[in-house]
Design a protein. Structure first.
Ligand code: NBP
Length: 479
């Protein structure tokens, strides 16, 4: 074969096909392959005019079509399919070639696969890709992990097809082995939190403020030109504007109120539990979806008539719309602060040396959580790369200080009127937890020492102590 491809894509369902087209549209020759040849043929038949594709029916032909070091992007259903594809291709590759898993893999699988392929002299790149099918075609946010040296050969192609902000690509080397997929996972976790908070804002404006979906759409449209400006706020306005063609009712009223999930939010929370990082905003959003989907429990509660508040109080203190905007912004800051803290904790745990500011930078376009707000996060880490929490950066500190009275009023109103706002309330509790000079954790330590002799530290001297609770005089001893 005379012409060689700079990159190959195997797995040509919606994501792989669009990623391959994106490479081709940028002038790269792309080898394309799929388990069943039909998809490969369809891609070339429909979009062959967009660039140079080399269709391959067999794995051998596909590999032979690639220039060295070979760059093989795998875009198949995450899980066993990815292992099957690796098993098929790894024996055909040579030292220094790259297998790039662009699916939504769990970072622990990526670590395992990277270690196994490294032993064979192959580079394995776990690569987070965000932006859905449109992003894959027009410019996603790309989060590649894996060996640094593989980025030297791969990065320029990825940066070519990534989304751009002021000419800067939304793609950077995240860190070794599972770092890219970890960051993509947390991105999705933050996305869950963002969506939950927006949903709570809508619910309060509708139930407390009495606004119609159209009026709330207008409010979100206005917020989109302010500090909350983001893709998710923009599409929220669009969804709320939509009228159902068959009934004439607001679209939002004809959709079953049971949110689904594919699992990356849950993974984020599981990983956070293992790392001991309180990502309460993300956890509440995952649990809120689970609660919404618990049809049996909700029906049992409805049948039993679980009572709500006896009288709905007015929203105290002013303009509900302005207050909800403040609560939404402050809670969003908390959710992002928690997500970034989780990335930093994992980076420390696994020795990834992830630059959090660079993550904010590559999330500014192409991905689902793209927002103006990410510029401020990037600036915060530029100013202070070792920032412990975003909440202490000047910009965010000012924003939360300015928002907190309104934020508290909104949480009070939600509680008084019996409207669930777990995202707003838990974000506020987290904020107050961080601020507290003394936490009741001291009492918990006392309880632990009482029933389990788990010992405690004192505020006034070094060492571990245990109180002999069962004795009459309850003497304290060194532990
Ligand atoms: P799917 O997740 O629906 O996977 C379909 C592809 O996997 C087809 O090419 C299929 O081949 C291939 N495949 C399967 Br299934 N089992 C295989 C096996 N044992 N060996 C080889 N190939 C196999 O495709 P998608 O929606 O394009 O998503 C691809 C990846 O991108 C996933 O990991 C997904 O989580 C991730 N992702 C998706 C989005 C999104 O918005 N959809 C966004 C970001 C990331 P076949 O044609 O022969 O059946």
């Amino acid at each position: 074969m005379s012409q060689k491809a700079q990159i190959g894509v195997t797995g040509l369902a919606v994501m792989g096909r669009n990623l391959a087209r994106n490479f081709a549209r940028h002038g790269h020759t792309v080898a394309v392959h799929n388990r069943s040849y039909g998809r490969t043929k369809e891609l070339v038949d429909q979009f062959g005019h967009e660039g140079t594709f080399i269709p391959a029916e067999s794995a051998e032909d596909f590999v032979a079509a690639l220039e060295r070091p070979r760059r093989v992007v795998i875009m198949v259903k995450a899980g066993p399919a990815t292992d099957a594809v690796i098993e098929e291709f790894a024996p055909l590759l040579e030292e220094g070639d790259m297998l790039i898993d662009a699916g939504n893999a769990h970072y622990a699988d990526t670590r395992r696969r990277e270690a196994a392929l490294k032993a064979k002299g192959l580079h394995f790149v776990g690569m987070g890709v965000s932006g859905g099918e449109e992003g894959a075609l027009h410019g996603p946010s790309i989060m590649p992990g894996g060996p640094r040296e593989s980025y030297d050969a791969l990065g320029p192609l990825l940066e070519d097809i990534a989304a751009k902000v002021d000419g800067e690509p939304c793609c950077t080397h995240v860190g070794p082995d599972g770092a890219g997929h970890f960051v993509k996972m947390v991105h999705n976790g933050i996305e869950y939190a963002d969506m939950q908070l927006i949903a709570e804002a809508y619910d309060l404006l509708r139930q407390v403020g009495g606004l119609s979906p159209q009026e709330i759409a207008t409010t979100f449209g206005e917020w989109n030109s302010g500090r909350l400006g983001s893709y998710l706020i923009e599409i929220t306005a669009e969804v709320l504007k939509q009228t159902d063609a068959s009934t004439g009712r607001p679209f939002v009223d004809i959709v079953l109120d049971q949110a689904e999930q594919k699992g990356t939010g849950r993974w984020t929370v599981q990983a956070a539990l293992d790392l001991g990082v309180p990502v309460s905003g993300i956890a509440e959003s995952v649990f809120a979806r689970a609660l919404s989907g618990g049809a049996d429990v909700r029906k049992a509660a409805a049948d039993a008539g679980l009572p709500g508040p006896s009288a709905g109080a007015e929203h105290a203190g002013g303009d509900l719309r302005a207050d909800v905007e403040q609560a939404l912004f402050a809670s969003k800051i908390v959710a992002y602060a928690q997500g970034f803290q989780q990335i930093q904790a994992a980076s420390k745990e696994y020795g990834w040396e992830i630059d959090p500011g660079a993550m904010a930078k590559i999330w500014r376009a192409g991905c689902i959580i793209r927002a103006k707000f990410l510029d401020f996060i990037k600036q915060a880490y530029d100013k202070q790369p070792s920032l412990t929490t975003l909440l202490v950066d000047d910009y965010f500190l000012d924003a939360v200080s300015g928002a907190q009275d309104a934020w508290r009023r909104v949480v009070v109103t939600a509680a008084q009127q019996g409207i669930p706002a777990p995202g707003f309330a838990s974000a506020l509790a987290y904020y107050d937890g961080l601020r507290a000079k003394r936490l009741p954790a001291a009492l918990i330590q006392g309880q632990r020492d009482f029933f389990g002799a788990h010992t405690y530290h004192r505020v006034d001297k070094e060492g571990s102590f245990h109180t002999l609770w069962a004795t009459d005089d309850r003497t304290e001893v060194d532990a």
